[in-house]
Design a protein around this ligand. Sequence first.
Ligand SMILES: Nc1ncnc2c1ncn2[C@@H]1O[C@H](COP(=O)(O)OP(=O)(O)O)[C@@H](O)[C@H]1O
Ligand code: SF4
Ligand SMILES: [Mg+2]
Length: 405
Amino acid sequence: MSETETRAGTSAVTTEKASEDEKPLLRVEGLVKHFPIKKGLLQRQAGAVKAVDGIDFEVRRGETLGVVGESGCGKSTMGRLITRLLEPTGGRIEFDGTDITHLSTGGMRPLRRDVQMIFQDPYGSLNPRHTIGTIVSAPFRLQGVEPEGGVKKEVQRLLDLVGLSPEHYNRYPHEFSGGQRQRIGIARALALKPRMVVADEPVSALDVSIQAQVVNLMDDLQEELGLTYVIIAHDLSVVRHVSDRVAVMYLGKIVELADRDQLYTAPMHPYTKALMSAVPVPDPRRGAAKSERILLRGDVPSPISPPSGCRFHTRCWKATEICRTTEPPLLELRPGQSVACHHPENFEDQAPQDTVLLTAAKEAAELVSDEVLAESAETSAAVAAEVSKAEAAKETETTENTEDK
Ligand SMILES: Nc1ncnc2c1ncn2[C@@H]1O[C@H](COP(=O)(O)OP(=O)(O)O)[C@@H](O)[C@H]1O
Ligand code: SF4
Ligand SMILES: [Mg+2]
C-alpha cells in the first residue's frame, strides 16, 4: 500500500485514530547482535561475530519493507531479532508501541500471535513425520487457541487461502513440491492472524517461475488480510516488485533505506548501485545505464573485525581517506531516502574536500559487459515477466495501457 493511500484511508476517521495509524508498527533503534566466539578449554570469549551492529529503522503499518544484502550481512539475524527468536545484545525493539526488546517467554505469548516468520527452506522447516494438518494446526495448539468451527475446518480454510486443496490435510510434506511446501509454511504463519510477517528469503530455494507465484500469493494475502511485511532477499530482483521501501544492509549495518522507486531510479550508496548492477533488469528506459554496470571484486570482509570507518571502504571504488577513518551516519539526504556515505551517488558530495582515492579504490570494482550478466538478467527478467503478467491480469478492466514518458 502506498503512503498516499494510507493517508487517504485515515482522513475520514478521528485525528486521534489518524495519529495512531501513522505510528510505525515496528520501531528499531540501535539494534545489535554479537555472537560470542569462545576459545580454549575455559571457553573464554575471544571475540564476537558482529552480525547486526547498530541498525535503526521503522516498519510502517501495511507496508512491505524489503531487506537486501549479500549473504552473511546479518539479514536473517535481524529477522530473528525483530521476531524475538533471538535475544538482542543491545538496542531497542518496539512493536505497536510496546517495548519487546527483552520480553520473557511468558511476556512474548501475545507477540507470538502478532508476529510470524516464514523461512527460506520449505524442506527443512516442515517436520517430515507430521501431516500437513498437524503442521498447520500447530500454532493453535501452542497458543491454546480454539478457532471458531474447530481446528480442522480452520486449517482447511487456510489451505484453501494459500491455493492448496483442503484434501491435503492428511498428506505428508514429501508429497509436495517446493512451491507447495512454501504455501504450507505461509498457511502455518497465517494461522493466528498475525499483523506482521517476516519472510526470510521466502522464494530463494524455488524455481524462478514458482518464485513469482509465491510472491504474488504473498502480495494478494497482504491486501486481503491487511498484513505488514518484512521481506528479506539476497538480491534486488525479488523485492523490487513487492516492496514499498527497501533497506540495503552491508556487514551488519543499514547503508541505504529508501522508497522503492527512488532506490531503483537513483541509488545513492555505491553498494546499492553495485547490487543493482549485478541484477540488471531489462527495461528499455534504463538502457543508458548499460555502460555503468559494476561488479564488486573481493569477498565481504569478516564481521568479526569489520573494516574501520565506512565498512564498505575496502571494496568501494569511491573510497577516500575519510571513508577509512570516519563512519558515515545514515542520513536522510533526500525526503524518503537515507544513506550512509561520504561520497554518495546521484547527490552532492558530503566530503568534497577529500578527493584522493584510496589505492584499493582503484581496483575495487570493474565495469563489465552485458553478455557477462546476460544470464542473471534472464532470471530477473523471468520474475519480472511473471509478476507483470499477474499484475496486468489483475488490472485489465481498470486501466488502459498508458505509455508513461
Ligand atoms: N548462531 C550464530 N552463531 C554465530 N555466528 C552466527 C550465528 N548466526 C549467524 N552468525 C553469523 O552472523 C553473520 C550474519 O549471519 P546472517 O544473519 O545469517 O546473514 P544473512 O542472513 O544476511 O546471510 C554471519 O557471519 C554468520 O556466520
Ligand atoms: S564513498 Fe566512502 S563512505 Fe561512501 S560507500 Fe564508498 S567507502 Fe563508504
Ligand atoms: Mg540469511
